[in-house]
Design a protein around this ligand. Sequence first.
Ligand code: TEU
Length: 555
Amino acid sequence: MLDKTRPGWWKHATVYQIYPKSFQDSTGSGTGDLRGIISRLDYLQQLGIDLIWLSPVFASPQVDNGYDISDYRAIDPMYGTLADMQELIAEGKKRGIGIMLDLVLNHSSDQHRWFLEAKTSRENPYHDYYVWRDGTPDQYPNEMKAAFGGPAWTWVPEVGQYYFHQFAPQQPDLNWENPALRRELYDMILWWMEQGVEGFRLDVIDQIAKEPDLGITGNGPKLHEFLRELSAETFQKGCLVTVGEAWGANLERAKLYSAPDGSELSMVFQFEHILLDQQPGKEKWDLAPLPFVSMKQCFARWQTGLHGQGWNSLFLNNHDLPRIVSRWGNDQEYREKSAKMLATMLHGMQGTPYIYQGEELGMTNIRLPIDQYRDLETLNLYEERIAAGYSQEEVMTSIYARSRDNARTPMQWEDAPSAGFTSGTPWLSLNPNYHQINAAAQVEDETSVFHYYRRLNALRKQYPVFVEGDFTLLEPDHPSIFCYLRRWQDQELMVVCNFGDQATDWELPASWKNAEILIENEPWSDRCQLHPWEARMLLRIRQESKQSETADENK
Ligand code: TEU
């Protein structure tokens, strides 16, 4: 177990993200819940994770599956009670697993007490907790659009003003300029810290410093000032881990966010790699092939850029993204191999790795008839693009590739009715491949994707080079090989992956011939070639230091 009282302990941690609605149902309601999670803690302990990032379980009308919070201190009855949460925290601790709550501080639900008050009159003290602009019902303050479609402004006749919302109209943006609002948020965070949570994930944190009149949606001028205050008032009072979601982060900004002095956050999720396989300047629905060389160079830039100056988060999946094995791997013929290769590529890097539920099984994307999708972003997109004249086929191709529901189909526990997820009717269709792809089968099989992830987690704990080592990209222009070197003291780690369905010639440098194989996704049969999706991690102890060690011993 990690010693979570040591500063920077989270650099050694692996995080597992749970999307609670789809993880484990304990009541037959068809949606997951906290007691369901408690019942699966042993599975997570076996996988070797240190933290659970729990997507929001707070009271919510569930317009955006909990990212619309109506009470930050209450658990939604759909998920259980505060007592269940306390039990989850306690049971997790026994197993060395901490809880990271998902805080949505950029906006609340329109059903939050603050907003219900705010919209009654301009004089109400809560009015200024939100962002308002004058106008007339027929004239928006400006042309800004909301992330889930439609304008970013909604008219409230009672006050004769528009309120600002970067997401759905049911998710009004909070006004961080108001000190009383900020204080309420800090007190709420401190209260959760008293409950024993070990960290927080901060939803769209780069959007809290709003400048709607300038049309700015992220990285507002006061962003880092707000973050430093937030951190000093809350996180720094404990030894917590924090990760901010920051679509707009570049390397320079990430150095501020994750500064080693802890003045802001532990790390951010940045999305540069995730945005590569779409048409430049367009939306995520406008698909483009993955530019492989740019992708590895992008990782390399972040690896070297933050080394010693900040900290990376490592992820390929979350609840908003399609399944990586379907996206960058091959979810048919090479599903297991490519899932393991992608894991090898990612977990060899410097940073804190995040595993999204089901990724450790190699779960795949889903294709559903449009009326079976539940995600509001997907449904809005469908309406918008059909109205704009796109063909049904084009729109569905985008949805199959990019819908957030790809990640949200229920967890595949076993080859049993509803995959062991629920005894009722699942809120979202299961992927029918649960008969083949499920946790029970993989836990039994030492060669499974599950055990591969378990071994990766163990390796990261065993060799300091994973946490501390620097990063050098080898073969930077090779069209299919992703190969890199990590070095720390006398330890040298080489990670080599063949990205694609084609075999490629490749020979290990002579000086590595005696290196130890830490992990590989197939036995190394051909020393002059890498097979499709072949991946391997090698470790060697640098000779010079070995010799000096022997010299020391001989003294
Ligand atoms: O997502 C932030 C965000 O910008 C999303 O709109 C993202 O661009 C989109 O999901 C990509 O398809 C966060 C949460 O992760 C997401 O689940 C919420 O819906 C959103 O904030 C609003 O809270």
